[in-house]
Design a protein around this ligand. Structure first.
Ligand code: UFG
Length: 321
């Protein structure tokens, strides 16, 4: 089976490409390298350097393809508030163009990277797929719009679609050609920032006055390799005419301070931090209910927070050497 991986030169996409190739799939990558990295393009994959907004590039990327895993997107919450137009264009219009090209070529299988950001501030946790969707930023709204697009596309055009709603993805993957890790610019995610903290440039903990046991925010972290396993299982479970939405997390929550402690264990020293103001838009607690991922996909996460932090630490050290 040949799979088109959009965003295959990014953090999650590049790990997915390597794992797919190792498991015997043929892979085409579509990436415009706007946030992806050319050095993460796997040598065994066909690479199309282009954007989701360029129909000709999308058409060429879909040549000979049986199914699509659609990671390609803009994904910074803060940027989405300042420049929503980029998010509506790349995430929503880009997916519309992709679906149009798939329709023209008769390609009827798609697994989509949705997000916990579609839920917004939850009324209760854990969050199930039936929880209210009320995104608090344009990034989450753009992902929700695509979920709606897929529901209607599945009904009208008999495609099989699964949206996987990620909670906090972390960790790194050691492929045959080296570590594939998080390398965003700017880096906003907690685990890489914890690991980069120095006494001159300490980690900023965004608020220590939250209504949680240790007063810092709680999130549900899932290892990138477990996450990709779920995508491959989803590829094999697509049903024509049906769109399923499935949460992916580990099903339990860790506070910012617990992440800092796990990082101290991984690096063998204390992590310097300061308490700063709350970051606008952060909810106190986000935890996924992952029963549907277990029952529908037969998936369970197998890597814990310590593995996510340790892998990221090793990958950062190797990458910076
Ligand atoms: N945090 C800090 N200091 C930092 C970075 C983060 O204290 O330097 C805290 C945040 O306030 C938050 C937690 O660490 O409480 C996790 O923050 P991240 O930025 O790593 O992740 P988010 O939970 O904000 O975002 C993730 C995904 C988004 C997605 C969102 C959905 O990265 O793409 O979950 O809710 F939109």
């Amino acid at each position: 089976m040949r799979v088109l991986v959009t965003g295959g030169a990014g953090y999650i996409g590049s790990a997915a490409v390597s794992i797919l190739l190792e498991r015997g799939y043929e892979v085409t990558i579509l990436d415009d390298l706007s946030t992806g990295h050319s050095e993460l393009v796997a040598p065994g994959a066909k690479f199309v350097d282009g954007s989701l907004l360029q129909k000709a590039a999308v058409d060429s990327a879909l040549d000979g393809v049986d199914a699509v895993i659609h990671f390609g997107a803009k994904s910074l919450v803060g940027e989405s508030v300042l420049k929503p137009e980029i998010y509506w264009n790349t995430n929503v219009n880009g997916t519309r163009i992709l679906l149009e090209a798939m329709r023209e070529k008769g390609i009827k299988k798609i697994v989509f990277s949705s997000s916990a950001a579609t839920y917004g501030e939850p009324k209760s946790v854990p969050i199930t797929e039936d929880s209210e969707t009320k995104p608090t930023n344009p990034y989450g709204a753009s992902k929700l719009a695509v979920d709606y697009m897929l529901t209607s596309e599945a009904i009208a055009h008999e495609i099989g679609a699964i949206s996987l709603r990620y909670f906090n993805v972390a960790g790194a993957y050691k492929s045959k050609s080296g570590w594939l890790t998080e390398n965003h610019n700017p880096e906003t995610h907690l685990i890489p920032n914890v690991l980069k903290a120095t006494s001159d440039n300490p980690l900023k903990i965004f608020g220590a006055d939250w209504p949680t046991a240790d007063k810092t925010c709680i999130r549900d972290y899932v290892h990138v390799v477990d996450l990709i396993d779920a995508h491959i299982m989803a590829l094999e479970k697509l049903v024509p005419g049906k769109h399923e939405i499935i949460n992916l997390g580990c099903g339990s929550g860790y506070s910012v301070k617990q992440v800092v402690d796990a990082a101290a264990t991984a690096v063998g020293r204390e992590i310097p931090f300061v308490i700063s103001d709350r970051r606008p838009g952060d909810p106190a607690v986000l935890i996924a209910d992952i029963s549907k991922a277990k029952s529908y996909l037969g998936w369970s996460p197998t890597r814990d927070l310590q593995a996510m932090v340790s892998d990221t630490w090793e990958s950062i050290n190797v990458t910076n050497r």
